[in-house]
Design a binder for this molecule. Structure first.
Ligand code: 5AD
Ligand code: SF4
Length: 543
């Protein structure tokens, strides 16, 4: 690298993007780049974008617009767009913002240092020639991968995943005690509304040995909680002995397709040669005992066999937490969405999960206002929410995504006002359901991975310190306090901490007197739950 540069990287969208950003950051840091937390102090500004929903995309467009303007005003910044928008929207992006210097799709992130290096060299050359700086674009995205095989691309990406283990970001997630590990990339399901199969490509499964190795390295570095990531994690299935191998080492392979899940007989015959998701969970649980919490997202409601549920039930350190998006409670809409299951099948799965896993915690996603959704379809979704003990549901208003089947096939005919109303109605129903789920924990003891000094606490401390400089502040109940009183307040009010149970419920509790709250962050603590709300649990630290 010609010279040390500072990099600002902002992430939009999902956990998969968060992991990608973590990998990119680790990779750039190891190459001598300095990671900064303000775009105004960076030589290189990178946006890791998401196309799944319009809102995240609009936010990214606006950020890109602001930096483009700064470049037009003469600031020397390298502007890079990573992730789904670079993959899907490349030409449009460059047409709208010719200031963008580089684009790099989610499948090419291992090439980012090379792209940055190319730009730096090109600029140095221009300066040497005393010529005005001509605009250069280093294109990542699938174009650059046309000539290479899928296998080679996957191998390089595999190295990027494995390399992260050596450069974890200690400031992230519960003081470095919580980490993501990818088990599959891409998706083959082609739900009609979804852009993911178009931006992240075909479903590819990592070899179990690599996944276990990554978990082990993270555990050795003090990680207590690992979240396995994939678009449909329960469809993980690695077939041994058939994939190409490099020097005897297994490599990532394209997923087996739906038949592998339907033909149970066939699977049993070949059971010794495959690692199923249940096998993988068991393998990690047994091979890396210092991982206290093993979680996974996101699950696909179909083909969720009892073996997986049984492994979760039998393994103390596998979290009883399932994120299984239903998307709709109407069979007609599920069909138009190409989800491949019925409401009855979804409910059958939930029943099995609740029967086999004590205290199972269930979360989901719902889309309201899918094309042609009637009041009757929407009522069916409300009914589904009332039947399932969802701890929470992420509720999204349908938005048409470019390149998806739904966009070509259906008119986006549910008015925005109707989508908003249905969204609000569902949120209200979900609040009632969540309140009941949280209420069940009152009077019980649970364990909490402590993550942070609670946000309210941070606000209170900030207000107090502002007041210490300026005079008056607000107390927790909103009344004004004189500065003289304040000198006693920060010490006498216990600090509040927050964390998550193994079922992903958020818990607030007061830090005991004489304990520094920072020492509890990143530890797992026993908490007695004393009260609850729709969103949270509240309790006291035991012992
Ligand atoms: N419109 C609205 N929500 C969407 N999701 C995916 N695509 C769309 C879309 N076009 C939601 C789904 C998915 C979650 C990650 O985003 O609920 O589970
Ligand atoms: Fe998108 Fe459906 Fe794949 Fe989930 S399963 S990523 S919603 S196509």
């Amino acid at each position: 690298m010609p010279q040390k540069k500072s990099v600002y990287l902002e992430t939009f969208g999902c956990q998969m993007n968060e992991l990608d950003s973590e990998l990119v950051t680790g990779q750039l840091e190891s190459l001598g780049y300095e990671i900064v937390d303000r775009d105004t102090s960076a030589d290189v500004v990178l946006y890791n974008t998401c196309s799944v929903r319009e809102q995240a995309e609009n936010k990214a467009w606006s950020r890109i617009g602001l930096v483009s303007q700064r470049k037009r005003d003469g600031e020397e910044i390298i502007l890079g767009v990573l992730g789904c928008m670079a993959e899907r929207d490349g030409h449009d992006l460059l047409r709208r913002h010719p200031e963008v210097d580089l684009m790099c799709g989610p499948g090419e992130l291992d090439q980012l240092p090379m792209l940055l290096d190319n730009i730096a060299r090109a600029r140095a050359l221009e300066l040497q020639r005393q010529a005005p700086l001509e605009h250069r674009v280093a294109l990542g995205g699938s174009r650059s991968r046309r000539w290479s095989t899928l296998q080679a691309a996957q191998d390089n990406l595999e190295m990027l995943d494995l390399s992260r283990a050596f450069h974890p970001d200690p400031s992230a997630r519960a003081a470095g005690r919580s980490a993501y590990v990818r088990i599959t990339r891409g998706c083959n399901k082609f739900c009609t509304y979804c852009v993911v199969p178009h931006t992240r490509g075909a479903e590819v499964h990592r070899p179990p040995a690599d996944i276990v190795e990554e978990c082990r390295i993270l555990a050795d570095q003090g990680v207590l909680e690992i979240t396995l990531l994939g678009q449909t994690v329960n469809h993980y299935c690695y077939t041994h002995g058939t994939a190409l191998s490099v020097a005897g080492k297994e490599v990532a392979q394209v997923g087996p397709g739906l038949n592998a899940f339907r033909k149970r007989e066939l699977r049993r015959e070949t059971a010794t040669r495959t690692t199923s998701f249940a096998d993988l969970l068991h393998l990690i649980h047994e091979s890396v005992p210092s991982i206290q919490r093993l979680r996974f997202v996101t699950s696909y409601p179909r083909d969720f066999g009892d073996e997986v549920l049984q492994v979760i039930a039998d393994s103390e350190r596998i979290c009883s937490y399932l994120h299984v998006p239903a998307q709709s409670g109407s069979n007609r809409i599920l069909k138009l969405m190409n989800r491949g299951y019925s409401v009855e099948q979804y409910l059958d799965f939930i029943e099995r999960a609740c029967a086999l896993i004590p205290d199972v915690s269930i979360a989901g996603d719902i889309i309201v206002g899918f094309p042609t959704e009637t009041e009757e379809d929407f009522e069916a979704t409300i009914n589904l929410l009332r039947k399932v003990p969802f701890k929470n549901n992420f509720i999204f208003k349908y938005s048409e995504r470019p390149g998806t089947v739904a966009r070509g096939r259906f008119a986006d005919d549910v008015p925005l006002a109707t989508k908003k109303r249905r969204n609000n109605e569902l949120l209200a129903v979900q609040a009632e359901v969540s309140a009941a789920v949280h209420q069940r924990w009152v009077g019980r003891e649970t364990t909490v991975l402590v993550e942070q000094i609670s946000k309210q606490e941070q606000t209170r401390t900030r207000k107090n310190s502002l007041a210490a400089q300026g005079g008056v502040t607000l107390t927790a109940n909103g009344a004004s306090l004189e500065q003289t009183q304040l000198s006693e307040t920060p010490n006498s009010v216990p600090k509040q901490l927050s964390g998550r149970t193994s079922g992903d419920l958020i818990v607030f509790f007061d830090c005991p007197p004489k304990t520094s709250p920072e020492t509890l962050i990143g530890t797992i603590q026993p908490i007695s739950i004393t009260r609850s709300s729709a969103l949270n649990l509240y309790g006291t630290l035991n012992g």
